[in-house]
Design a protein around this ligand. Structure first.
Ligand SMILES: Nc1ncnc2c1ncn2[C@@H]1O[C@H](COP(=O)(O)OP(=O)(O)OP(=O)(O)O)[C@@H](O)[C@H]1O
Length: 236
């Protein structure tokens, strides 16, 4: 069966006018995301990865080009519909976990689940991230890797179709980084969510179904892995 194309990105450009100089962050990006795929976006610093992710996620707008989500052009949505898209279709995970410090792990996840009518149960999520006995702990009482797992559960809680992750392992060491990748992979496989990860770490590409290589504001190459590795097999 053909995979469902969930997101179609066409000819995105993004320019910043910096005084006399125009910075071309994106120069015509085309990409397709398919339902249930685990996608890795690789590329050097400044190549445009975060810009792509932020535009896809509806938190930035392109200078030109289109993002089509399941048949809807997100550039044509009014503010209310765009907010709904951001809330319901997209989950974000960042390098620094951005948990609310005076809320427990459980409350951080619960807060996000209240944004959706189709939220995933917090107990299921705490189990999935192997922190079922730490739900009542505050972020400062958790390690970096544990906090990132809570941040991932929080992003998944509202049951979004697409999870966008900007350097989710950037602040973690190998062991805890692989722990975060395992959680992302299990959400991807168990809940059939599309997961897109930006990373500098080429070896993480080995666990992707599809790898996009970004260079100088364009997609230079797309590689499909017929046999993606398990997170624990990735040679960091
Ligand atoms: N607000 C802004 N104003 C001006 N230039 C910007 C702005 N945001 C991004 N840029 C420029 O756009 C280009 C792409 O930036 P982007 O953050 O998307 O790259 P990246 O591949 O995610 O980099 P990194 O891996 O270092 O995070 C860079 O040259 C950057 O300096």
């Amino acid at each position: 069966m053909d995979k469902e194309k969930i997101l179609d990105v066409q000819d995105l450009t993004k320019e910043y006018q910096m005084g006399e100089v125009v910075v071309h962050a994106l120069r015509g990006v085309n990409m397709e995301l398919y339902a249930g795929e685990f996608v890795v976006i690789l590329g050097p610093s400044g190549s445009g990865k975060s810009t792509i992710l932020n535009i896809i996620g509806g938190i930035d707008t392109p200078t030109k080009g289109k993002v089509n989500y399941k048949g809807t052009e997100i550039g044509e949505l009014d503010e209310k519909a765009l907010t709904k898209y951001r809330r319901e279709a997209i989950g974000f995970v960042f390098q620094f976990y951005n948990l609310v410090p005076n809320l427990t792990a459980r409350e951080n996840i619960l807060l996000a689940s209240e944004l959706s009518d189709e939220a995933i149960s917090v107990d299921d999520l705490l189990k999935e991230i192997e922190l079922e006995d730490r739900g009542n702990h505050f972020p400062s009482q958790l390690s970096g890797g544990q906090q990132q797992r809570v941040a991932i559960a929080r992003a998944v809680a509202k049951n979004p179709a697409i999870l966008l992750c900007d350097e989710p392992t950037g602040a973690l060491d190998v062991t805890t980084g692989i722990g975060a990748l395992k959680v992302l992979r299990s959400f991807n496989r168990n809940y059939k969510k599309t997961v897109a990860i930006i990373t500098h770490n080429k070896s993480i590409g080995d666990m992707a179904d599809r790898v996009f290589y970004v260079k100088d504001g364009v997609i230079e190459k797309v590689v499909v892995n017929e046999h993606p590795m398990n997170p624990e097999e990735v040679n960091w």
